[in-house]
Design a protein around this ligand. Structure first.
Ligand code: ARG
Length: 468
C-alpha cells in the first residue's frame, strides 16, 4: 500500500479544488528522469550511511530504474494528474513496483531538497543543450563569414546608409554575441554547480550522509554550503533565464536585420523556401514568419525572466510553495530556445545572397563620403575641415541631383581624393583588428571557426548533455 505523502495528521481528504490548485504533476512530470537519478543517488548514499541494507538499496535502485526506463520508452505513460507532483508519482509507483521497502527511500530527505536537486540537474541539461545549439548557429555564421569575407554590404547606423562593410563582417558580429552568450551560460553553470540533496527540509539531514560524495555521484562540483539557502535558492534558474533572454535578444536583432535585408526595398538576401511562409490571400507573398517569431519570442523570454525574479524576490527562508511556480517559465524557455536555434541555423545556412544588389547599394556615394573626408585628411587637412568641405559638396551634389564623381574635383577636392572613393579600396583600408577589411574578416572567420570548434569539443563545465 502506498501511503499518501502527508495524510497522517489530516481528518479530511484533500478537496477537489485543493488538488486542482496545488498539484503540479501536469508540468513537473518533465523532471521524472532527474527525480529518479536523484533518488538512486540518495538510496546509495543512505546505504553508505548504514540507513539501508545492500539488499534494500538494490531493490529500490532496480525499481527506480524500471520507472525511469518505462517513462523514457513511453513518455505518455507518465500521467498528467492523479498525483500531487512528480515526486509523489515516482514514490507511489515505486511502492507498486518494489513493495513496502519503497517507504524507506524518503529517510532523511524532503521534497524540498529533492525538488531543488531535480531542478538543478534539469537546468544543467538545459544549459548544455542551449550551449550546444547556439554553438551550432555560431559555426554556421562563421563558415558563411569565411565565404563572404569580401562581399560588400551597406552598413547602417540609425538605419541610414553609413559606411560599407562586408557580409562576412556582419555574420561575425553575431558570432561575437553568441560566443558571449556561451560564456555567460558556462559561468552560470560553474556558479550553480552545487548539489542541494542532503539539505533536508531546511536544516540538513540527520543521516550521516557524505554530501561531497553524493554531490560527485550526481556529477555536481560540490554540495551546497547552507541548507536554508539550498532549499530555496533558484539563482541558477534566474541565470539561465537571463542568459536565454539575452541570447534570444541577440537572435531577435539578427532576425530584425534579416527581415530588413529581405524586404522588397532591399532584396539583399532571400530566405530558403522551406523556412518561409505564404499568404492565404496574396499569392505573391513569401513571408519571414520564422524571423518574426524569433523577435516575438525574445519579448516573451524577457517576460519569463521578469516573472521569475518577481516570483522569487519575497520568499522568506526557507522553502515556500511559491517556488513550485518556478518550473513552467524554465520549461517554456527551453522549448522556445531549442526551436528558435533549430530553425535559425538552416535559415542562415540557406540564405541566398543577391551579391550584385548588395555591392551596388554599398557603392552608393553616401556610404563613401566618410572615405572622401579621410582622403582629404590624409593630405594634412584637419579632419573637421575635411568633414565640412565634403558635407558642403555633398549637399551641392544632392541639390544638382548628380554624383560627386560627376561634379568632379574642386580646388579643395582633388582628382586623387575622388579616386579614393572606391568601394574596394574603402573596404581594404579598414585593416585593423576588428575591422571590415576582407583579409581581416577572412582571418577573423578562421579564428572564430576554430574557437567554436574548441568550445564545442569541451562539454559545458559540469554539463550533462541532453536530457529532458
Ligand atoms: N511540487 C513541489 C515543488 O515543485 C515539491 C516540493 C514540495 N514541498 C513542500 N514542502 N510542499 O516545489
Amino acid at each position: 500500500m502506498s501511503p499518501s505523502l502527508w495524510g497522517g495528521r489530516f481528518s479530511a481528504p484533500p478537496a477537489e479544488v485543493l488538488k486542482r490548485f496545488n498539484d503540479s504533476l501536469s508540468f513537473d512530470r518533465a523532471l521524472l528522469a532527474e527525480d529518479v537519478a536523484g533518488s538512486v543517488a540518495w538510496a546509495r548514499a543512505l546505504e553508505k550511511a548504514g540507513a539501508l541494507t545492500p539488499a534494500e538499496t538494490k531493490k529500490l535502485v532496480r525499481g527506480l530504474e524500471t520507472i525511469a526506463r518505462r517513462a523514457a520508452e513511453d513518455p505518455e505513460s507518465v500521467p498528467r494528474g492523479g498525483h500531487e507532483d512528480v515526486h509523489s508519482y515516482v514514490e507511489t509507483t515505486l511502492f507498486a513496483t518494489v513493495g513496502e521497502v519503497a517507504g524507506k527511500l524518503h529517510t532523511g530527505r524532503s521534497r524540498n531538497d529533492q525538488v531543488a536537486t531535480d531542478l538543478r540537474l534539469w537546468l544543467k541539461g538545459a544549459i548544455a543543450e542551449a550551449r550546444g545549439d547556439l554553438l551550432g548557429l555560431a559555426a554556421m555564421l562563421a563558415s558563411r563569414a569565411g565565404e563572404e569575407a569580401a562581399t560588400p554590404l551597406p552598413g547602417y547606423t540609425h538605419l541610414k546608409r553609413a559606411e560599407p562593410v562586408t557580409f562576412g563582417h556582419w555574420c561575425l558580429a553575431y558570432v561575437e554575441m553568441l560566443l558571449r552568450d556561451a560564456d555567460r551560460l558556462d559561468a552560470a553553470l560553474k556558479r550553480g554547480d552545487e548539489c542541494p540533496l542532503g539539505a533536508g527540509a531546511l536544516s540538513g539531514t540527520p543521516v550521516a550522509i557524505d554530501r561531497e560524495a553524493l554531490a560527485r555521484s550526481l556529477s555536481f562540483a560540490r554540495p551546497t554550503a547552507n541548507s536554508l539557502d539550498a532549499v530555496s535558492d533558484r539563482d541558477l534558474g534566474a541565470d539561465y533565464l537571463y542568459g536565454a533572454a539575452l541570447l534570444l535578444g541577440h537572435l531577435s536583432r539578427m532576425a530584425e536585420d534579416l527581415i530588413f535585408f529581405q524586404t522588397d526595398e532591399c532584396r539583399f538576401v532571400e530566405l530558403p523556401d522551406a523556412l518561409s511562409t505564404g499568404s492565404s490571400r496574396m499569392p505573391q507573398k513569401k513571408n519571414p514568419d520564422v524571423l518574426e517569431l524569433v523577435r516575438g519570442h525574445a519579448g516573451r523570454a524577457i517576460g519569463e525572466l521578469t516573472g521569475f525574479l518577481a516570483l522569487t524576490k519575497g520568499i522568506p527562508l526557507a522553502y515556500d510553495k511559491d517556488l513550485q511556480l518556478d518550473k513552467e517559465p524554465l520549461f517554456r524557455t527551453r522549448e522556445t530556445l531549442a526551436l528558435a536555434l533549430a530553425a535559425l541555423s538552416p535559415l542562415v545556412g540557406g540564405l541566398k545572397l543577391h551579391r550584385e544588389r548588395m555591392a551596388e547599394a554599398a557603392a552608393d556615394e553616401r556610404l563613401l563620403a566618410t572615405a572622401l573626408a579621410d582622403a582629404l585628411a590624409r593630405r594634412g587637412i584637419p579632419f573637421r575641415t575635411a568633414h565640412e568641405i565634403v558635407g558642403k559638396r555633398f549637399a551641392e551634389a544632392e541639390r544638382a541631383g548628380r554624383s560627386l564623381r560627376d561634379l568632379g574635383p574642386t580646388d579643395e577636392i582633388t582628382e586623387e581624393d575622388l579616386d579614393a572613393v572606391d568601394l574596394e579600396r574603402v573596404l581594404a583600408r579598414r585593416d585593423v583588428v576588428g575591422g571590415t577589411a576582407p583579409r581581416r574578416v577572412a582571418r577573423a572567420a578562421r579564428a572564430a571557426s576554430a574557437r567554436i570548434a574548441r568550445l564545442a569539443r569541451e562539454t559545458a563545465p559540469g554539463g550533462k548533455g541532453r536530457n529532458r
